[in-house]
Ligand binder design. Sequence first.
Ligand SMILES: Nc1nc2c(c(=O)[nH]1)N[C@H]1C(S)=C(S)[C@@H](COP(=O)(O)O)O[C@H]1N2
Ligand SMILES: [Mo]
Length: 411
Amino acid sequence: MQTFSRRQFLTHMGRSGVWLAFLAACGAGADAALKGLVGRGLLPVAWADEEALLRTKPDMTVLANQPINGEFAPHLLDDHITPSARHFVRNNGSVPARAKNTDPQGWTLVVEGEVTRPLALSLDALQQFPPVTQQVVIECGGNGRALFEPQVRGNQWTRGAVACSQWTGVRLRDVLKKAGLKSSAVYTAHYGEDQPLGAAQPFSRGIPIEKAMDEHTLIAYQMNGTALPALNGYPVRLVVPGWIGSCSQKWLNRIVVRDQMHDSQKMTGYSYRVPAYPVEPGSRPPKEDMVIATAWRIKSLITAPQATAQFQAGQQIAVRGHAWAGEGTVKEVLVSTDFGIHWEKTRLTQPANTYAWAHWECDLVLDRKGYYEIWARAFDDKGNAQPFRQPWNPKGYLGNVIHRLPVMGTT
Ligand SMILES: Nc1nc2c(c(=O)[nH]1)N[C@H]1C(S)=C(S)[C@@H](COP(=O)(O)O)O[C@H]1N2
Ligand SMILES: [Mo]
């Protein structure tokens, strides 16, 4: 097949219907340039069945369709265990056919690399390992990106790329032990069945072997008691608690144990990495000064009331939300309605288990009419608190500034 640059291709094919026939003729030879067209929304038909998946998340604020990315307004995340229909979606590529069709046939998980007994496990074989069920917060490393100034590129997540589901699966460490780690094993590399867009490498990230061997790191095959939703990784995904969501590979089908830090596209450069020191807003430090983003920082979310709700002066307002702290624990959540001059304690309920989120609540009253903001600020067990402002970084990762929720007082 003759190869075209993307531009030539566009000139040739224009926006006529001929291109679909052309695409079919290209078959497996369709290369990065064609995938690029899909990524830029120029090939709607190829994505039609993926768009149908959006109906499984009816309340989602869709930030991008191709690939699908979407979050939920904070008041929709009020449940202690996030309903599956409200778990955010962060996709770098297309949803695998297997996931769209809920088809486990032929799926295997390959474990290879620095192991003495490489494995290829069927779903049945995987489910022979002891099952573990735990609630775990998964939060995209870019959640809060929209709050950075100056604005950074990427999905403009506000606060809703976070969820706490109940995951059932097996311990990654049990599988790695079965494969037999060599002494040279230092890092994992994860691969999934999703196809990348354009010229990108397949989405692949990894974690240090110590985190992989942590008893809480799971290979999950159920979310909230049923098979994983197509958009959240069916049939199997990793759940790496406390760390940014990108570690939790979806549609997982291969783990390569490495003798060095994983060095894929998504592990290097500016991807999922932050400056090693505070940088001037808008500046781009050299790549060598970037370090891998790992654990999340102390953070909280106000899930009630809903933003811009109206309350009569003197009326009691039930205020509540969640708080979580990466690898730490939540110690306290304070709230303010006067822009941070006075702070009130909230009642804190500890999480169901390590790595689930904690819950907090209190009653507040607005004493006169006007514009108010409810501010929530969480503190962890290591003396960290949510900041009011934080150092900028080129990709807007790990944003954890306090949640400020506007409400109106009426007479
Ligand atoms: N195979 C694969 N795994 C993936 C991704 C992806 O694009 N492909 N996105 C990652 C990112 S960046 C995040 S934040 C989480 C999001 O999980 P969710 O879509 O189930 O909420 O999945 C991670 N796992
Ligand atoms: Mo992410």
